[in-house]
Design a protein around this ligand. Structure first.
Ligand SMILES: NC(=O)C1=CN([C@@H]2O[C@H](COP(=O)(O)OP(=O)(O)OC[C@H]3O[C@@H](n4cnc5c(N)ncnc54)[C@H](OP(=O)(O)O)[C@@H]3O)[C@@H](O)[C@H]2O)C=CC1
Ligand SMILES: CC(=O)N[C@@H](CCC(=O)OP(=O)(O)O)C(=O)O
Length: 334
């Protein structure tokens, strides 16, 4: 049995982690923490997230000094904002914990990237070097050996699962940059109130055009430029990405299907569609990324969908945990 601490447990991603880890037969949750100043300190997690009522009724504890929470802890999940994870991860690593960070603080090994896209100066180049990017289907060997797992962003997870096998197999003509049009539910922005996310303001609108931080995250890890345009949709959760690409001359529908099947045949959290393309509702509340595609001549459209809070965050974090410690990859997820 491993002891685990969940930091940022009251947030949307944190609450999903609590649910998964509570039912994990090899994990024991030692504490759920929030910031030292949190208005929610002392409340039960099930008061904030009543779906957990009678299942997990643990209190949320204010955390000012991490050493009050690290005794005997093997694994720490950071479901906190990027800057908070940036500051906390080294402290937990120094205490000998394996850290699984859901934020963007360690996803790209480039200090300049943090200055430009995150607005802070990264202080830990050695941890950027050491962190393993937890795109779980593609990183299982490296995940088994690391103490710092950086879980990919929600949009980058679906985009990379869709594009990586095609790029690696050389099926795409990358002189035409893959165009990723993605729409996310509002929970992608976290639980804190903001005018832009309030009920009467949310409609359907692109944002972060040409400058969203997930744009360089996707291009860096795929090793090729892309166009990425996120949209905010008026639904609570889920992401659907419609990705337009050009095929190399002569590439057939069957070759594409074969490449996807080969990449994901033993990967239960990626579900491939033989016919048609997936809808958002097929994955909401579930830990899968569903992928389908259509071809016309040299034009390929791939559709990938996932729950942003699950395969886009907490489910992938638990998948990484499972791989890291040699548990069944889907333990407690399905
Ligand atoms: N939402 C999503 O779809 C996805 C989120 N992520 C990433 O996961 C992380 C969490 O996201 P999300 O759940 O949406 O965010 P929320 O805003 O919903 O939750 C953030 C949590 O962090 C807590 N917190 C804030 N500061 C501290 C601190 N100093 N110490 C301990 N806890 C703190 C907050 O509680 P309080 O403020 O009361 O202290 C809250 O529990 C972020 O990095 C996000 O980028 C990744 C992929 C998808
Ligand atoms: C709808 C919405 O606002 N989505 C968030 C991305 C989701 C997320 O949390 O990803 P990170 O872990 O990289 O922050 C955004 O665009 O900032």
């Amino acid at each position: 049995m491993l002891n685990t601490l969940i930091v940022g447990a009251s947030g949307y991603a944190g609450a999903e982690l609590v649910n998964y880890l509570n039912r994990h037969p090899h994990m024991n949750i030692t504490a759920l923490t929030v910031s030292a100043q949190s208005n929610d300190a002392g409340k039960l997690i099930s008061e904030l997230h009543p779906q957990l009522k009678g299942i997990v009724d643990m209190p949320l504890q204010a955390m000012s000094d991490i050493s009050e929470f690290t005794d005997g802890v093997d694994v720490v999940f950071l479901a906190t904002a990027h800057e908070v994870s940036h500051d906390l991860a080294p402290q937990f690593l120094a205490k000998g914990c394996v850290v699984i960070d859901l934020s963007g603080a360690f996803r790209v090994n480039d200090a300049e990237f943090y200055q430009r896209y995150y607005g802070f100066t990264h202080q830990y180049p050695e941890l950027l070097e050491q962190a393993v990017y937890g795109l779980a289907e593609w990183q299982s060997d490296k995940l088994k050996e690391t103490s710092l797992i950086s879980v990919p962003g929600c949009y980058p997870t679906a985009a990379q699962l869709a594009l990586k096998p095609l790029i690696d197999a050389g099926l795409l003509d990358l002189t035409q940059w893959p165009v990723i049009n993605a729409t996310s539910g509002v929970s992608g922005a976290g639980r804190k109130a903001a005018i832009s996310n309030s009920f009467c303001e949310v409609s359907l609108q692109p944002y972060g055009i040409f400058n969203h931080r997930h744009h360089p995250e996707i291009s860096t890890h795929l090793g090729t430029p892309v166009i990425f345009t996120p949209h905010l949709g008026n639904f609570p959760r889920g992401i659907l990405e419609t990705i337009t690409c050009r095929l190399n001359a002569g590439v057939t529908q069957q070759q594409i299907a074969d490449v996807f099947n080969q990449a994901y045949q033993n990967k239960p959290l990626v579900r491939l569609y033989d016919k048609g393309v997936p809808a958002l509702k097929n994955v909401v509340g579930l830990p899968f990324c569903d992928i389908g595609f259509a071809v016309q001549g040299e034009h390929l459209i791939v559709v990938a969908t996932e729950d942003n809070l699950l395969k886009g965050a907490s489910a992938q974090a638990v998948q990484c945990l499972n791989i890291r410690f040699g548990f069944a990859e889907t333990q407690s997820l399905i």
